[in-house]
Design a protein around this ligand. Structure first.
Ligand SMILES: [Zn+2]
Ligand SMILES: [Zn+2]
Length: 70
């Protein structure tokens, strides 16, 4: 696998979109692992800090409302 940005050997892949990344082009961003509904019917997110991120794709910064889950 080669880095999507510079074609050097990739060291990992973006957690959000799967693009390959070398050490130089790795970014980090919190990754929302799962969302659940808490006691007060408030959606809560379990987040992994510093997940690999390519800097190209656009993950939603906030959990998306999913009213059909209620
Ligand atoms: Zn690179
Ligand atoms: Zn990405």
């Amino acid at each position: 696998m080669e880095c999507i940005k510079c074609s050097k050997p990739a060291k990992g892949v973006c957690r959000f979109c799967g693009r390959a990344l070398c050490e130089d082009h790795m970014n980090h961003m919190p990754f929302i692992l799962t969302i659940y509904v808490g006691e007060n019917h408030t959606p809560k997110a379990i987040v992994v800090a510093d997940a690999l991120y390519c800097g190209i794709c656009r993950p939603q910064p906030e959990p998306i409302e999913m009213p059909e889950l209620y």
